[in-house]
Design a protein around this ligand. Sequence first.
Ligand code: KG4
Ligand code: ZN
Length: 344
Amino acid sequence: MLVLGIETSCDETGVALYHSERGLLGHALYSQIAVHSEYGGVVPELASRDHVRKLLPLIRQVLDEAGCQREEIDGIAYTSGPGLVGALMVGACVGRSLAYAWGIPAVGVHHMEGHLLAPMLEEKSPAFPFVALLVSGGHTQLVDVAGIGEYTLLGESLDDAAGEAFDKAAKMLDLDYPGGPHIAHLAEQGDPTRFRFPRPMTDRPGLDFSFSGLKTYTLNTVAEHRGDDVLPDDQTMADIACAFQEAVVDTLSIKCRRALEQTGHKTLVIAGGVSANTRLREKLEQSLAKVGGKVFYARHEFCTDNGAMIAYAGCQRLLAGQNEGLSVNPRPRWPLDELGAIGG
Ligand code: KG4
Ligand code: ZN
């Protein structure tokens, strides 16, 4: 089965072609970072308008590059939530309309299920059951995954998501949006012993997270070391980035170990934008090796938003016979554990 995947939930337009036997045949991503950068975050209306401009040309480009004809496509998968309602609406309307015009089924995919299954696109892919750490700009969740669509929430952030915390800390250091990769880059020059930031909620039982206190701690540290209208010196900035990243990574890693102990699973999957973080991958690999556990993740470009993960997740649901009606129902809020097992 050949599936066209469409992702438009936030500020990236992603398109991909996934074949159930031949794997990924093509994918392309258009990032709106330049559109939003001067605002320091995503402006929803600008995002929707840009998806309108970019989506159809990107679909044409992916079909051409893969040497595929539209008649070969057996189904369409589009992100139907969670995300920005206007942005979701663009992908859903285009996806549903093309499927209607071409006489093929269409399915709305949960964005976080897309992230969660993205490591399945890799040669070294995980087997069920496993614990998934979903860490993106909008979510920080630990999920017990029994199979596709069989998700039990183990814990989540009570306030900011991990990616959001990276973005806010980056803003304090006058780094560009999205801040995660910039903090990670700056942290490479930092001295990890100079500052020790708190590891929130690790001293009490449970699998929930909280990153807002860490944000305030970062803000206070920056304030202590800055002069009037001038940022701290370069080394101090790098030391702060490093201390912040260590605190987030350590906190995530402690909770992942705990989730594996609690469920008895040996496999951890990390997914979402923050799973691209090299220090997080390193730390989890070290920490899990001690308990005979293994960590899986997608290649960098499939950690952040992309069309391939939506094509893959949609393909599994279309293969199971799922086919949505003609109405388009984007869900800006959509708890992951409301999804059903495929075929169920
Ligand atoms: O999954 P994603 O592309 O979009 C959402 O679904 O939210 O995640 C974006 C988030 C941003 O907050 C970004 O700063 C963060 O992922 N991110 C990173 C890294 N790359 C992206 N955070 C830390 N380290 C990175 N290397
Ligand atoms: Zn995402």
